[in-house]
Design a protein around this ligand. Structure first.
Ligand code: NAI
Length: 390
């Protein structure tokens, strides 16, 4: 039996040989995912002397699923991630037409993965556009299921948009729509439950990682009930369950974008809504030069489900050329090891990466900005990482 199980308190029980479903992904997925598995297997084996191992189970989504099964997201894939609790995925192409906006969004919604977790730190040797990238060390908790991203919107000129406007005018006495006949409409649901589970997760993480400072990032000055509600409910979590354990403050989103550039050392754990979180995590990743190597995970802590993922796309322009950088999916796998409680193996991979970068070993996209850069192919970089494992 090598399946992860869950206790009634939502604690993962991880066997020494653990089944982990993975999606290879499209485009460069075929190169970076095997490279990631090779490095992770080597790190786990070396760290635990063969006592622990990962049993990888391939499941399908995206173009590879369509070729095999005629569907982009087979039900069995969603079921595997639900049953095995923890999995990892490479990048997926977004199908054109066909009613699926994004396979990633479909997976997140299907499994109610309400936290999008993005840690942001700098690696010595990586080129950055700011003077002190080493001062950035933040973890973003982005709400993943609500907000204007919920996909409730109607196209300008459609019958639905007209009916929605009629409802606003007649039932809600709204007079502020400037150009009603040519307006598209979107709805921004933000709930107390949705906010509180996200902010609670951020606080638990802050306590566990010994960085007990959480900042709520919002636009509650303008959107008083949605973003303002997020701030109010967020503080309630800080004052109730985490009183005395977490220092909580808040920052208006536009001020946060300035402050994160000017005094990044002032922030630790960030809890924010879906759209703000999208902007904030990409800006912070750019600040440490890591937009192409940033890791991420989508998690539901209560259900014990988590999918770790490469945050970039399928890079069709370089696919098949052994040029792709595996660091995004690899650092996501490091997060996965931490999530499993295998911190020693996680640290071993991170330290091997630090050593490689310091010596100038990296794939071409990073090596070209390093003074001592020695560009390697995807496979060769994975081998260099394995050789650097202590
Ligand atoms: P992209 O991220 O695939 O590529 C943008 C640029 O970054 C390209 O020049 C590419 O060569 C480079 N790049 C990306 N990852 C790299 C890596 N690991 N190593 C070296 N260079 C890398 O974005 P694009 O071109 O907009 O999207 C291509 C496809 O990927 C689309 O179908 C899109 O929908 C999908 N996509 C999937 C995502 C996911 O599964 N999480 C996220 C973003 C896009």
């Amino acid at each position: 039996m090598s399946k992860i199980t869950l206790t009634s308190e939502s604690v993962l029980h991880v066997p020494d040989t653990v089944d982990v479903p993975f999606i290879t992904g499209d485009g460069i997925g075929a190169e970076i995912t095997p490279a990631m598995m090779k490095v992770i297997d080597a790190a786990v084996s070396k760290t635990y002397g063969g006592q622990r191992s990962i049993h990888w189970l391939e499941v399908f989504a995206g173009g590879r699923a369509f070729e095999k099964f005629g569907t982009y997201l087979p039900e069995d894939t969603v079921k595997a991630f639900a049953d095995y609790h923890v999995g990892i995925k490479g990048p997926l192409m977004t199908p054109v037409g066909g009613g699926i906006r994004s396979l990633n969004v479909a997976l997140r919604q299907g499994l109610d993965l309400y936290v999008c977790l993005r840690p942001i730190r700098w690696f010595k040797g990586i080129d950055s556009p700011v003077k002190h990238p080493e001062r950035v060390n933040m973890v973003v908790f982005r709400e993943n299921t609500e907000d204007i991203y919920a996909g409730i919107e109607w196209e300008a000129g459609s019958e639905e948009a007209r009916r929605f406007f009629d409802f606003l005018k007649q039932e809600m006495h709204v007079t502020k729509v400037r150009f009603p006949n040519s307006s598209a409409f979107g709805v921004k649901p933000v709930s107390e439950e949705g906010t509180k589970r996200l902010v609670s997760a951020a606080c638990r993480y802050a306590v566990a990682q010994n960085m007990p400072h959480v900042t709520l990032v919002h636009k509650g000055n303008i959107m008083k009930f949605t973003e303002g509600g997020f701030k109010k409910w967020g503080y309630e979590v800080g004052e109730d369950a985490f009183a005395g354990k977490v220092r909580m403050d808040d920052c208006i989103a536009d001020a946060f974008l300035q402050n994160a550039l000017l005094k990044p050392e002032a922030y630790d754990v960030i809890a924010t809504l879906n759209l703000n979180g999208d902007y904030v995590s990409d800006m912070l990743a750019a600040q440490v030069g890591g937009i192409g190597i940033a890791p991420g995970a989508n998690i539901n802590y209560e259900a014990g489900r988590a999918i770790f993922e490469a945050t970039h796309g399928t890079a069709p322009d370089i696919a098949g050329e052994n040029k792709a950088n595996p660091c995004s999916i690899l650092l996501s796998a490091v997060m996965m090891l931490q999530h499993l409680g295998w911190n020693e193996a996680a640290d071993a991979v991170t330290q091997a990466m630090e050593r490689c970068f310091e010596e100038g070993y990296a794939t071409a996209d990073l090596a070209k900005f390093m003074e001592n850069g020695k560009p390697l192919g995807t496979k060769e970089f994975a081998d260099a990482l394995i050789a650097s494992l202590l």
